[in-house]
Design a protein around this ligand. Structure first.
Ligand SMILES: Nc1ncnc2c1ncn2[C@@H]1O[C@H](COP(=O)(O)OP(=O)(O)OP(=O)(O)O)[C@@H](O)[C@H]1O
Ligand SMILES: [Mg+2]
Length: 409
């Protein structure tokens, strides 16, 4: 433990698991210094139906277990917790802020003011403002400016992406964290958190699509020219694959999940056609054998369909030709061997597996899997937010907007 260091915790309540990550930021840590991961905890999801909390008590238990496990590993207590919001609850819209500068040099105060104007959009009572992301500025009508401070201008404009989420869903998440005995500090949209842990400025500039295949959903987040270009989600993920395997092989879902995770392949052609797997039979003790090729075939069909839907989404959003840095894959659903190869053949672009590690120190091995991308990103977001000083006194109310985060996302 480093004396006087701040402890930052993230909790990612997914549809299949809850993941908690605890990080430590020593006093005097400079921008660009790695963030120390000191604890990780995972527990099976409880009280979830897809992205929705349907049993608060069970969800609370899952959150408590994950955080306590991370605390045991780190030897530190998590206080404020940064929480992921599933993309199913998210909507993004655009807004524009305008301020007069009257022929003077633009100062940080002007920038703050134009940001405030840009985020001042009416939010209906059933929605909650989560992030207001300043995509770029215009100075006297000249757009595409990332940092306008110091420029002479009469008029400064900000192009803002306003991200809101379903209030009831946020309330339930905060309640689960609160009842688990922790202080809910701030919400972060799940794919944006994953993007923080997996993408760098080069990716965001050249153009990149982060595809996260979770349990209940597949999220897509696209950057290009340093701007967030597109966010989308579709309601199929690893759980759909598990269901297909259960149906196709005639086995219960828990067995299907084990078979998928331990023997699966995303490409039938990569599997030895002679290889057989032992599966349970219709009655106790009556085992059967199925070919591993059949298991791979079922997985490939569904993964190919999911990736095909993502392809269509990228095409429709007009961003498929702008992915100079290609595709980054995350989430548990991409852990099946050969998924990268399958994605390469679907997109005909460079594809890499998104494994957290960059910008981190400490127990990096414990988080080096695409499954923990969101949890790690939450802790990274928390440390950026705290350093940016926007959490004065760390007493910020959860209802507040997630600050000015263009530099983070
Ligand atoms: N090693 C593995 N091989 C294959 N599949 C895996 C592996 N590990 C996890 N999965 C699958 O990944 C899926 C869960 O992914 P993940 O943990 O990213 O989802 P989640 O965050 O709980 O859900 P969501 O983000 O959709 O709310 C499950 O379907 C699980 O079977
Ligand atoms: Mg997830």
């Amino acid at each position: 433990m480093i004396a006087g260091s701040a402890v930052i915790a993230g909790v990612d309540v997914g549809s299949t698991k809850t993941c908690a990550v605890i990080a430590e930021s020593p006093p005097g840590r400079e921008a660009g210094d790695p963030l120390g991961v000191i604890g990780v905890g995972v527990s099976p999801a409880g009280g979830m139906n897809g992205p929705a909390i349907t049993n608060l008590e069970a969800a609370t238990t899952s959150v408590r277990q994950a955080l306590q496990e991370a605390e045991r590993m780190s030897g530190r207590e998590a206080d404020g917790v940064f929480i992921s919001v599933p993309s199913a609850y998210v909507e993004t819209s655009r807004s524009r802020g305008v301020v007069a500068v009257s022929g003077a040099e633009i100062t940080p105060t002007h920038v703050r003011r134009v940001q405030e104007v840009g985020q001042a959009v009416p939010v209906p009572p059933d929605r909650q403002l989560i992030h207001a992301i300043c995509q770029e500025y215009s100075v006297d009508g000249r757009g595409g400016i990332q940092d306008p401070v110091g420029m002479m201008a009469t008029r400064l404009e900000a192009d803002v992406s306003v991200v809101t989420a379903d209030s009831a869903a946020c309330r339930d998440l905060a309640k689960a964290v609160d009842r688990a005995g922790y202080r809910a500090e701030e919400f972060v949209i799940a794919p944006l958190a994953s993007g923080l842990s997996l993408l760098d400025d080069g990716d965001r500039d050249a153009g990149v699509a982060l595809i996260e295949i979770g349990g209940a959903s597949t999220d897509v987040l696209v950057y290009g020219g340093k701007r967030m270009l597109h966010v989308a989600t579709m309601p199929w993920g690893g759980s759909a694959i598990t269901r297909d395997v259960a149906r196709g092989l005639g086995v219960p879902e828990d067995e299907a999940c084990r078979l998928k995770e331990n023997h699966g392949s995303a490409r039938r052609s990569a599997v030895d056609p002679e290889e057989q797997l032992e599966v349970s039979g219709p009655s106790l003790g009556a085992g059967r054998r199925v070919s591993r090729e059949l298991l791979a075939h079922i997985i490939e069909q569904r993964l190919d369909e999911i990736l095909g839907l993502v392809y269509d989404e990228l095409e429709e959003a007009g961003v498929r030709d702008r992915l100079g840095a290609g595709i980054v894959l995350a989430g548990g659903g991409v852990c099946t061997p050969q998924t990268v190869e399958l994605a390469r053949s679907v997109f005909n672009l460079p594809v890499r597996l998104g494994v957290p590690g960059s910008g981190l120190s400490g127990a990096t091995n414990a988080v080096a899997t695409p499954v923990y991308a969101t949890g790690v990103g939450l802790a990274m977001y928390g440390s950026l937010q705290r350093r940016s000083g926007s959490l004065a006194g760390a007493t910020r109310a959860i209802a507040r907007v997630g600050g000015w985060i263009r530099d983070f996302f």
